[in-house]
Design a protein around this ligand. Structure first.
Ligand code: SF4
Ligand code: FES
Length: 141
């Protein structure tokens, strides 16, 4: 089944939303509530902020559920030669930054560029990726 992808453009950049990657951190709507409002449809209103503010906020999405598409990517962005970085988040997932191929137990490969979150609590319904369950089960680690 293909992954759901939604795009919201302001003519300069496009905010790309991939709900299966969201770990429900809430960074987006806490940081830029005029743009990101999960109670509204569409839930992303790109005209409610400047392009710079959109880019800054999207870069704070820890899971890669939100990404930005632009005319020309800045140098070094999604560079396959960039080293991969893995950060342990407190009581949450492993945040992986870089271009990686994740292979699940069945051998299915998923390529992720930019950022993704891997489940560390064991509770995700979307393993090996985090789906935000760690909060509900109050994972400590
Ligand atoms: S993971 Fe990204 S899209 Fe999901 S709530 Fe957090 S900041 Fe928003
Ligand atoms: S670490 Fe987020 S669901 Fe397991």
């Amino acid at each position: 089944m293909s992954e759901i992808v939604r795009r919201y453009s302001n003519g300069e950049v496009t905010v790309v939303w991939q709900p299966s990657r969201c770990i429900h951190s809430g960074n987006c709507f806490r940081g830029l509530p005029a743009v990101f409002d999960p109670r509204e449809r569409p839930w992303v209103r790109v005209d409610a902020a400047t392009t710079a503010d959109l880019v800054t906020q999207v870069e704070r999405c820890p899971s890669g559920a939100l990404t930005i598409e632009r005319q020309a990517a800045p140098a070094g962005h999604d560079d396959p030669d960039q080293p991969v970085r893995i950060q342990v988040s407190a009581n949450g997932p492993l945040i992986v930054t870089g271009v990686v191929t994740v292979v699940d137990a069945a051998g299915v490969e998923t390529r992720r560029e930019g950022r993704c979150a891997l489940c560390r609590c064991g509770g995700s319904a979307n393993k090996p990726f985090c789906d935000g369950t760690h909060k509900r089960i109050e994972f400590q680690g």
